[in-house]
Ligand binder design. Structure first.
Ligand SMILES: [Zn+2]
Length: 278
């Protein structure tokens, strides 16, 4: 099973790999800069090399990066939209530099300006970024819970964004189970999960699904609330997560936990998932 967790890079990038290894993962997700600010501290070649060395020493794969939260590729405000493109360029170049397989970004919010124009701005921003930076990292759009004017809660919206991307082979999708559930996808039953995957395959194509953010949800289905819960402690539930990680269409995909960090080891989410994996 390919299992990773979002881990902190405090103390240096290589510390993140050590943290993920310590809790029993073979993959990981990180930020490559402070996710709540625009500024990025310098990464030295030494730090990057140490990091890459650790990854190959532990045989970690894939390496997933999550983009800065402030980025809003759908913003109707010209200055924020341009800042967002620059921010994504920073994240994307860094992802390439550290050899990341994927960079996950939330599509954005139209903040009242309308869905259609918002979708156009997202596609245009991504086309700009991909035209300006050439590297081997795939850019993944993440489905969202659907709060406010956020775009990308439905597979249809994600596909509309993808439709307008020029370099389609450089983009894909990251599916967050908590967000999908909050957005109304009934993945806590076996039939609901099957139905969701059939919809995904028909609308986007399961080959585009590169990473699964595996999170339980603190809120019920359709609430549009994005709050991750530990595995089995939310409204998705243990049985449903078991069905997800063993599903024939999902079991070979990378699963990344974005659940809260445990103060003491072991990481109970990792332990539980390994127990539940067939
Ligand atoms: Zn997520």
């Amino acid at each position: 099973m390919i299992l990773g967790k979002h881990v902190s890079i405090a103390g240096g990038l290589d510390k993140a790999v050590a943290r993920a290894k310590e809790i029993g993962c073979n993959s990981l997700q990180i930020f490559v800069k402070n996710p709540r600010g625009w500024r990025a501290r310098n990464l030295t070649d030494e730090e990057v090399n140490k990091f890459k060395q650790k990854l190959s020493e532990f045989n970690f794969s894939p390496l997933v990066v999550h983009a800065t939260y402030l980025i809003n590729l759908a913003s109707p405000k010209e200055d924020l939209w341009e800042k967002s493109i620059d921010g994504l360029i920073t994240d994307y170049s860094r992802s390439g530099r550290i050899g990341a397989d994927y960079l996950v970004v939330h599509p954005g919010s139209h903040t009242g300006d309308g869905l259609e124009d918002g979708i156009k701005r997202i596609s245009k921003a991504i086309n700009d970024v991909l035209a300006q930076v050439e590297n081997g990292t795939l850019l993944l759009l993440e489905n969202v819970a659907g709060a406010g004017s956020s775009i990308g809660a439905s597979f249809e919206q994600l596909q509309q964004i993808l439709d307008n991307i020029v370099n389609k082979e450089r983009v894909g999708i990251c599916l967050d189970t908590c967000h999908a559930f909050a957005a109304g996808y009934d993945l806590h039953t076996k039939s609901g999960l099957d139905k969701m995957l059939t919809q995904f395959d028909e609308i986007i194509g399961l080959d585009k699904l590169r990473v699964i953010h595996l999170n339980d949800s603190r809120h019920d289905i359709g609430t549009n609330k994005d709050e991750h819960a530990h595995i089995g402690e939310g409204d998705i539930g243990k049985e449903a997560v078991k069905a997800i990680i063993n599903h024939s269409k999902l079991k070979d995909k990378p699963f990344i936990l974005e659940t809260p960090w445990f103060d003491e080891l072991p990481d109970e989410d990792v332990v539980l998932l390994k127990k539940m994996r067939n």
